[in-house]
Design a binder for this molecule. Structure first.
Ligand SMILES: Cc1cc2nc3c(=O)[nH]c(=O)nc-3n(C[C@H](O)[C@H](O)[C@H](O)COP(=O)(O)O)c2cc1C
Length: 303
């Protein structure tokens, strides 16, 4: 299994919430365990581990695609255990996938402006498990979720630990969310840094409202939001599905911008479930706007 080591930089291109890159690989002679580093989990903003398991599923899918492209016969066996989701192991055949390492490298989150326009029906219809909602229908929920998120001191503190808003940050090129990845101008990045540093003092003056206001217009255009629904508890598998959908979209020139706050916040998650006619709000696993970006995004950092 040692030949996988050389492929790791491409495995690492998998997406993860806050770009924490929580995955670990533990090699033995015939298997490689996929696990996670608890210091890279988000216990405050992701208390159930939903995004952690989605990210690890996306990572497993990336590993399989990259191994298949390198001609290696590798499969994934789910086997949840302490700090572990499963194993990569040798198989009779390479993993069957239409995607390549080049696709994995080309995918990226884009938080900039999108051209107006809905996904063609045949594209949306091919994304199993995904529900499609017009952007404008969720603008109120996004604003409410942002207010909730920025009003929570602990969630904001956890987010701040993963922000890299200046190039002088010692981990700027390694992980977390950079000013460039967040599509912030220099002035916006400076203002965000200053306001988060002063958060406790500015809170009574309405800082959460101001921060939430920054995203007010984000869904005010003719576009689509995709909502992934699945069985709560099966997020590793859902993360694999999500990765394949993102690669499908990316190959067609679309990018995604996740808006997890809408399902992190209990009241907005419940309203969204009601609007979609979904019985169990916990089965909503991921929310992202999707479209054709007006400009390419800066590639996100990796360790
Ligand atoms: C499960 C999951 C949840 C995410 N939630 C958010 C989110 O709420 N907001 C956001 O801007 N990005 C979100 N992202 C995107 C990550 O921040 C992004 O994947 C990471 O920074 C790496 O960048 P890349 O996708 O360009 O490779 C999420 C990604 C995953 C896998």
């Amino acid at each position: 299994m040692n030949e996988l080591r050389a492929l790791e930089p491409d495995f690492w291109r998998a997406p993860s919430a806050h770009n924490t890159q929580p995955w670990t690989l533990t090699y033995t002679d015939d298997e490689v365990a996929i696990g996670w580093d608890p210091d890279r989990a988000l216990p405050i903003s992701d208390p159930t581990g939903r995004d952690l398991r989605l990210s690890l599923g996306a990572f497993a899918e990336c590993c399989l695609i990259v191994c298949a492209d390198a001609g290696l016969r590798i499969a994934f066996r789910p086997d949840p255990g302490p700090l572990r989701v499963g194993f990569l192991h040798e198989a009779a055949e390479p993993y069957q996938t239409p995607f390549t390492t080049a696709d994995v490298r080309a995918r990226g989150t884009n938080r900039g402006e999108y051209h107006p326009g809905r996904l063609p029906d045949e594209v949306a219809g091919a994304l199993a498990g995904m529900r499609r909602v017009p952007c404008r229908d969720l603008a109120d929920l996004l604003h409410a979720a942002d207010l909730h998120q920025f009003g929570d001191r602990e969630v904001t503190r956890e987010l701040r630990a993963w922000l890299r808003l200046t190039r002088r940050h010692r981990r700027y090129l390694l992980d977390g969310l950079s000013d460039r990845a967040l599509a912030l101008s220099r002035f916006e990045a400076l203002a965000l840094r200053a306001s988060l540093a002063l958060f406790p003092a500015l809170r009574p003056l309405g800082l959460p409202r101001a921060l939430a206001g920054a995203s007010r217009g984000l869904l005010d255009y003719d576009g689509d939001v995709l909502v992934l629904a699945g069985a709560a508890g099966d997020e590793v598998n859902a993360g694999r599905v999500l990765m394949r959908h993102w690669l499908t979209l990316s190959g067609l020139g679309y990018t995604t911008h996740p808006l997890s706050q809408i399902i992190d916040c209990v009241p907005t998650r419940e309203v969204l479930a009601e609007r979609l006619g979904v019985d169990d709000p916990m089965s909503l696993l991921h929310v992202a706007r999707v479209g054709r970006p007006k400009a390419p995004a800066a590639p996100s950092a990796r360790v």
